[in-house]
Design a protein around this ligand. Structure first.
Ligand code: PEP
Length: 258
């Protein structure tokens, strides 16, 4: 964590919970959140639960996000949800390029780029996910993969258009596996990502962009991750579905010590 960047803790609820359960979880987070914490807290429920969560979060500073967004404005795109629809449901942010979208739904860097452009055009803040597979890490291709994914996602976008983008480094081998990257591995990747952003948009941009870590973040490992200078927060899957655990992640040690 670096004092000059506001930390963000984000919960990705994936395809879990019904509307009632999601509303209850949101309410528990709202009640348990220390209102004096300066950082940003975000939840990304399933599309069908956005309204229930929006209502539950009314009056709180917790940010509502979609887990994805389509790039087209409207039309014959069965199953897709447009940026305007996501905004209408109360979201200000959209997760883009999650590894499950890339792997299961075949999303390429070109698709991710289209989604980035569409979200930014509509003033939705992208939470862009990137990360290498185990095979890529073991064959020393981590940096190359991160470089390619970043170049693809930001292709054709100017620095001033992307100032609010949040990047989430999520090594695929750490997602949902219980295997967290060590704080040093994560820090190393974050430094690399910041360097790439410097190449794309300059030093000032790179020093401001927030890079979250994601991959089996838990109540009992968040403190050591957040102690790293280039880790600006976390994108949390499984642990964000339990109010008490997620609240502990949100109230990580350094945040409390501030
Ligand atoms: C995620 O879904 O982005 C994620 C990091 O999941 P988990 O925390 O369960 O590994």
């Amino acid at each position: 964590m670096n004092k000059n960047r506001i930390p963000m803790i984000a919960g990705n609820w994936k395809m879990h919970l019904n509307a009632k359960e999601a509303g209850e979880l949101a309410l528990a987070l709202k009640k348990g959140l220390n209102p004096d914490l300066p950082h940003e807290v975000l939840v990304a429920p399933t599309y069908t639960n956005l309204w229930a969560v929006r209502q539950a979060l009314a009056g709180s500073k917790i940010i509502l996000s979609s887990q994805d967004v389509h790039w087209e404005e409207k039309g014959a795109f069965t199953g897709a949800v447009s940026p305007a629809q996501v905004l209408d449901a109360g979201c200000t942010h959209a997760i883009i390029g999650h590894s499950e979208r890339r792997k299961i739904f075949g999303e390429t860097d070109e698709i991710v780029n289209k989604k980035m452009k569409a979200a930014l055009k509509h003033n939705l803040v992208p939470v862009l996910c990137i990360g290498e597979t185990l095979e890529e890490r073991e064959s020393q291709r981590t940096y190359r993969v991160l470089e390619t994914q970043l170049a693809g996602a930001f292709s054709g976008l100017k620095a001033e258009e992307t100032v609010r983008v949040v990047i989430a480094y999520e090594p695929v081998w750490a997602i949902g596996t219980g295997k967290t990257a060590t704080p040093e591995q994560a820090q190393d990747a974050h430094v690399f990502i910041r360097r790439q952003m410097e190449k794309l948009y300059g030093k000032d941009y790179a020093s401001r962009v927030r890079v979250l870590y994601g991959g089996s973040v838990k109540a009992d490992n968040i403190d050591s991750l957040m102690a790293q200078p280039d880790i600006d927060g976390a994108l949390v899957g499984g642990e964000s579905l339990k109010a008490d655990k997620f609240l502990r992640v949100i109230h990580f040690e350094e945040a409390l010590a501030r």
